[in-house]
Write a protein that binds this ligand. Structure first.
Ligand code: AP5
Length: 212
């Protein structure tokens, strides 16, 4: 499996990546999770990325491309699910070049479509595990024990960029800078559109069907 999960902030990329990883055993590569880890550890990359992330801006291409290449190099034969990368045409082109160099082109780009009102509702109620990255929602996917990850027992957090102003900016940035990447993949014939509103398990089944 070599796929990209594409879609606006809050469309369910992390949620669906986690289910696909469980089903297929592929590596889940989230540039957002890697960047948050770098920020938490105070690394050089983290220091560069922090202010962009807090405002909901994109981190510069050269930083993110280096992270994605590094992660892809360690995947081996088990395949990958890219979540949150690529987000610009330059990132999409760099990904194509990196994968063609190793003879393993993308098989599908799964675009999760969700209207803006629902995105805001999801992001404002989201809680995330900083330990394993598992996403929760206070109404639709609460943790079994309040405030604690079901999978690894870490205390859940409310992300700094899930506050109202940052959410608005992330949606604007998505529409202006990331949505145009869809045109790039439409031309290559590997784009699969999924209406990603409804039960998480039903959306998962639709994705499994689309990438068969
Ligand atoms: P990143 O971490 O990638 O954030 P994002 O794209 O904004 O996506 P999210 O993680 O917010 O949402 P998601 O689609 O994964 O949804 P989730 O499954 O959590 O990036 C963060 C930042 O890092 C960026 O703003 C940027 O600064 C930087 N960055 C990262 N990658 C970059 C790149 N390539 N280039 C440049 N900068 C980059 O679900 C959301 C909520 O909805 C959860 O609470 C979930 O439980 C709930 N939910 C999910 N599915 C459903 C459903 N079907 N029904 C109801 N609720 C649902």
């Amino acid at each position: 499996m070599r796929i990209v999960l594409f879609g606006p902030p809050g469309s369910g990329k992390g949620t669906q990546a986690s289910l696909l990883k469980e089903k297929y055993g592929a590596a889940h590569i989230s540039t957002g999770d890697t960047l948050r880890e770098a920020v938490a550890n105070g690394t050089e990359v983290g220091l560069k990325a922090k202010s962009y992330m807090e405002k909901g801006e994109l981190v510069p291409d050269e930083v993110v491309i280096a992270i994605a290449k590094d992660k892809l190099a360690s995947v081996g034969d088990k395949g990958f699910i890219l979540d949150g990368f690529p987000r610009t045409i330059a990132q999409a082109q760099a990904l194509d070049i990196a994968l063609s160099e190793i003879g393993k082109p993308l098989e599908a780009v799964v675009n999760l479509r969700v209207d803006e009102e629902e995105l805001v509702r999801r992001l404002s109620g989201r809680r995330v595990c900083p330990g394993c990255g598992e996403p929760y929602h206070i109404d639709t996917k609460p943790a079994k024990a309040e405030g604690v990850c079901d999978k690894c027992g870490t205390a859940l957090i409310h992300r700094a960029d899930d506050q109202a102003e940052a959410i608005r900016n992330r949606l604007k940035v998505y529409n202006e800078q990331t949505a145009p990447v869809l045109g790039y993949y439409e031309k290559s014939g590997i784009l699969k559109n999924i209406e990603a509103v409804g039960q998480i398990s039903e959306i998962h089944n639709q994705i499994v069907e689309a990438i068969k």
